[in-house]
Ligand binder design. Structure first.
Ligand code: IFM
Length: 489
């Protein structure tokens, strides 16, 4: 059993209102984010093989309306027009993910050059438009062959990831400076192997914790692999959907429930990655599920690599109490009020709807959580630059008769959260950029196409793209470095 430690979990108060005007530093990156399976389509082209999301989405009953990423928004064929659109919207950065099974179809062995060429062309197109690329290596789409060999609960998958990271690093490290190993490993481990609402759809609590450790190991091995082939100026980071976990009351039982969920949501990743140890309390909370014997000597040193930056993905806070069956059971949808419940270790915790306006996902709008999260990690990992690698909202956007799409709720959401980022910078946080989720409407995993997160509207019949008013609002922010008022279009 490895040495263990308990990362600090400070309780923060909500910050005061921002000063007006809200101005950002000149070098701040104004980005948007996407991921391969959610936008690319072309799933059978140029040697790509199925990932776990192809298999899962083609399994009846797994996604809303049986929808799949087969076509998605056809970015694979329309990337040039999409990059031109990003430039028109004034974006200075773009975060996208590489499809592992497009580059290394069996998840092992030599790369498929035509797959790598797609990403080379995309990167070159971005650079020609003055847009800084940021690559995520793994955004949930494990090659199916690796899942058939055991998936993330198997240790070997971490070594396969390192090999893949080296291939992509070698191919693109000369032109891409910003690298992210994994996106939201919490979702890969606990939604994929615990609750089963994400691919590969397994419901095995012990496997989800094994998967979490092997994702951590993959991050460490992948970081070393990238550094072995890339120029030293390049930055390596990880994007975590760290949770702001709040107790329903100051009752000690509720506070204990919040600390437990904090371990299961945050400590399981931040412990080894930032502090070199899993929290002791996490071992205690999961004792009935696993003995963690798969954590081998030396793993924590591999995982605890010095990072160049930390990516935070934030949508909404989480509110918990000690379980009270009368208050209803937990759900598990990946973010927010109900996400942390896919295994028995949290059966004694109840999840509650957080107050405030809600998005189409049912997630409450609470920018104070983003400020709280940034300040927590500023304290927990001093000196580590932070990027907000995802933040955004789904709304029921509909084109007006003249074809325009007006989305004032999203503008308010973005303004509130960007103002929270600015407050954190004022309070001493080193936040270097913000990536809105998402550039355009896309395949929202188990929800299919029914939730629209895009700043750009996509007509799923014609695949025509139409910037929503939020995209134009964001453009003004990006071009001036100052947040426009909510009613400015
Ligand atoms: O669409 C997802 C994304 O793939 C990962 N983070 C959350 C987003 C909204 O659910």
């Amino acid at each position: 059993m490895p040495e263990s430690a308990q990362p600090e979990t400070p309780i923060l108060v909500s910050p005061a209102a921002p000063e007006s005007p809200v101005t950002f530093p000149p070098a701040f990156l104004w980005g948007a984010a996407t991921s391969a399976y959610q936008i690319e389509g072309a799933v059978r082209e140029d040697g790509r093989t199925p990932s776990i999301w192809d298999t899962f989405s083609h399994t009846p009953g797994k996604t809303a309306g049986g929808e799949t990423g087969d076509i998605a928004v056809d970015h694979y064929h329309r990337y040039r027009e999409d990059v031109a659109m990003m430039a028109d919207l004034g974006l200075t950065a773009y975060r996208f993910s590489v499809s592992w099974s497009r580059v290394q179809p069996t998840g092992r062995g030599p790369a498929v050059q035509v797959g790598l060429d797609f990403y080379r062309r995309l990167v070159d197109e971005l650079l020609q438009h003055g847009i800084t690329p940021a690559i995520t290596l793994y955004h949930w789409d494990l090659p199916q062959e690796l899942e058939d060999a055991g998936g993330w609960p198997e240790r070997d998958t971490a070594y396969r990831f390192a090999e893949y990271a080296q291939i992509v690093g070698e191919a693109l490290g000369d032109r891409v400076e910003h690298w992210i190993t994994l996106n939201e490993p919490w979702c890969s481990a606990f939604l994929g192997y615990g609750s089963g609402v994400h691919a590969p759809g397994r419901t095995d609590p012990a496997a989800s914790l094994r998967a979490a450790h092997h994702l951590n190991l993959a991050h460490g091995l992948g970081t070393s692999a990238l550094r072995s082939v890339m120029p030293t100026r390049n930055e390596v980071a990880i994007s975590l959907n760290s949770s702001v976990v709040r107790p329903l009351s100051q009752d000690p039982a509720d506070v204990a429930a919040a600390r437990k969920i904090d371990d299961l949501a945050n400590g399981v990743f931040h412990g080894p990655i930032l502090h070199g140890a899993y929290p002791k309390s996490l071992f205690e909370a999961t004792r009935s599920v696993t003995d963690w014997s798969y954590v081998q000597d030396g793993d924590l040193e591999v995982i605890h690599q010095p990072l160049n930056a930390l990516g935070l993905n934030y949508y909404t806070p989480t509110l918990v109490s000690a379980a009270d069956p009368k208050l209803g059971g937990p759900r598990a949808d990946g973010h927010g009020a109900s996400e942390h419940s896919p295994w028995p270790a949290s059966a004694d915790v109840a999840f509650h709807q957080t107050p405030g306006d809600r998005t189409e996902m049912g997630w409450s709008v609470d920018p104070s959580g983003l400020h709280e999260l940034i300040m927590r990690y500023t304290r927990e990992a001093p000196g580590l630059p932070i990027y907000i690698t995802e933040n955004g909202a789904a709304y029921d956007d509909k084109p007006a008769a003249d074809g325009t799409v007006h989305d004032p709720e999203r503008i308010a959401y973005l303004r509130g959260h960007l103002a929270a980022v600015r407050r954190a910078i004022t309070d001493g946080a080193d936040v270097r950029g913000y990536f809105l989720w998402s550039l355009m409407d896309n395949f929202e995993w188990a929800y299919g196409y029914e939730k629209r997160f895009g700043a750009v509207y996509v007509d799923y019949t014609t695949l025509e793209r139409t910037p929503k008013s939020s995209a134009r609002w964001y453009e003004r922010a990006a071009r001036t470095g100052v947040l426009p008022e909510v009613d400015a279009r």
